[in-house]
Design a binder for this molecule. Structure first.
Ligand SMILES: Cc1cc2nc3c(=O)[nH]c(=O)nc-3n(C[C@H](O)[C@H](O)[C@H](O)COP(=O)(O)O)c2cc1C
Ligand SMILES: [Mn+2]
Length: 466
């Protein structure tokens, strides 16, 4: 089956110019499985997705969901391997490549008048539930939530476009609850509009261009136009089309767009929803997103993102690696790489040979990583430990740590807001650093037993068919 029928063939240049192109790319490289059997949207889809994520580590395309002609895709961004595929680099180079593109020239979007995302237009009296078959995620969720939409808005203060993820709770009619986390750009845009008594026009884009999706996951200064930043990541300008009911433009290749306004001074109870740490949290009042139009392709492919899985941690964690790596290298040039996967509260940092004159540097590096407000545990390992393999990291902790000397505990520090170990939302937490690097004075004792030739051979060369 060919999923991409339009943009990719019409454009030269990079191989990925839409979510459909990404689906096809993963399909060609055997990193996507198809579920053809009928699946129940609310009682099966997310369970199958979660099992495929953990047991196969692949993306999943659901081709036959009961009661709808929508198809669903999940786990497109679940894991460093997926980002490596999107950026065309090796896994260990994903962070440096993302940083390189982050600093590349930002490209102004171009208008197009061929918008596949507007093949079907709903305006007027809208019932979101009837138009969009949003699946129910977790058993204890208050309602179905939209989790993978990129919300775009124009920032009146900076005159730039903002793009961010904001979970949205389905309600009756044309209203959604929307979560604007404190101190994020959209939070400020809404707050400032509210003080003027004005709504904020927004468009929630489902299944957008993959590079816009990655741009939305990065925290960038408010002045930076995130559509232009998506262009820098992509290496081509975003192709945009005018919305039908708000004064905004959205990527033309999108599958589904929900247009409307976040109202001023209007709040409804929102939540609970299974969150990034796999706990439900509580309800609280959240702003209201009043929907004025929904546009979509014929038989759209709806991207879903199961919160709290490897995909969520990839999108939260790798952008933090981008902030961390240059900072840690300033503290200690021997830092080679950092990984916040599979769980972004734990950072594993790999260093080059620690010199006898630099004894203790592993602890300095751990302290630097722990300065990030979200990182709760920092583990520093030598270069013979694979930081993408938790079995290897645990081996280093078990065999190279003196728990009297190599463990730092830092109580009463500011941590991740959703940490259920806190007594209350704003309570401080204790963080921990583990220096699992070998003391350079006794290095020879800690040489890893390896077979002859281990570093030189590639398994692939020995398994290929004649
Ligand atoms: C999967 C995912 C879900 C997120 N959900 C929310 C959310 O519901 N509300 C929110 O304000 N931020 C959420 N975030 C965080 C922001 O979208 C993200 O940090 C973004 O870069 C903030 O951009 P901004 O500073 O331009 O607003 C989420 C991030 C990810 C990766
Ligand atoms: Mn922003």
């Amino acid at each position: 089956m060919v999923v991409s029928e339009t943009r990719a063939e019409n454009n030269s240049g990079g191989p990925i110019r839409s979510m459909r192109d990404l689906i096809e790319l993963l399909d060609r490289s055997g990193e996507l499985v198809r579920v053809k059997r009928p699946v129940h949207r609310d009682t099966e889809l997310m369970a199958v997705l979660k099992r495929a994520q953990t047991e196969l580590k692949k993306a999943v395309l659901f081709e036959n969901v009961e009661g709808t002609d929508f198809r669903y895709v999940g786990n497109l961004f679940g894991g460093r391997d997926k980002l490596a595929r999107i950026f065309g680099v090796r896994e260990e180079d994903v962070v440096t490549e993302w940083i390189r593109r982050f600093h590349a020239e930002r490209l102004k979007p171009v208008p197009v008048d061929f918008p596949p995302g507007q093949e079907v237009v709903h305006k007027g009296d809208i019932n979101v539930r009837e138009i969009l078959p949003i699946p129910h995620q977790y058993r204890g969720d208050a309602a179905p939530f939209i989790n993978s939409a990129v919300v775009v808005a124009k920032d009146p203060k900076t005159k730039t476009y903002n793009a961010s993820f904001n979970r949205m709770q389905l309600r009756d009619g044309n209203r959604l609850g929307i979560q604007l986390v404190i101190n994020m750009d959209l939070f400020f845009i809404h707050k400032e509009a509210e003080q003027r008594g004005q709504p904020v026009e927004v468009a929630a884009v489902i299944s957008p261009d993959p590079y816009l999706f990655l741009a939305a996951a990065t925290r960038v200064p408010r002045e930076v136009d995130e559509i232009e930043y998506a262009g820098a990541l992509a290496g081509y300008p975003m192709e945009m089309v005018k919305c039908k009911s708000v004064d905004l433009e959205v990527p033309a290749s999108a599958e589904i767009v929900i247009e409307g306004r976040i109202l001023p001074n209007t709040y409804i109870e929102e939540g609970p929803m299974g969150e990034v740490l796999q706990y439900y949290g509580s309800t609280s009042p959240k702003p209201v997103f009043e929907v004025s139009a929904i546009t979509h392709r014929e038989k759209p492919i709806m991207q879903t993102l199961l919160t709290g899985t490897i995909e969520d941690h990839t999108l939260c964690g790798v952008p933090i690696e981008m902030e961390l790596l240059p900072m840690l290298r300033k503290v200690a040039p021997c830092v080679r790489n950092v990984s916040l996967l599979p769980f972004f509260l734990i950072a594993v940092i790999q260093v080059d040979d620690v010199q006898p004159t630099q004894r203790g540097i592993g602890k300095n590096i751990a302290m630097a990583a722990l300065a990030h407000p979200w990182i709760k545990i920092a583990v520093v390992v030598d270069k013979d430990v694979n930081i993408y393999d938790m079995e290897d990291v645990f081996w280093a902790i078990a065999t190279r740590v003196d728990f009297d000397r190599d463990v730092l505990r830092v109580p009463d520090t500011f941590g991740f807001p959703l940490d259920e170990m806190k007594q209350s939302r704003d309570a401080p937490i204790t963080r921990m650093g583990i220096d699992a690097t070998v003391n350079p004075l006794v290095k020879s004792r800690f040489e890893r037993a390896r077979p002859n030739g281990y570093e030189q051979i590639r398994l692939k060369d020995y398994l290929e068919e004649e």
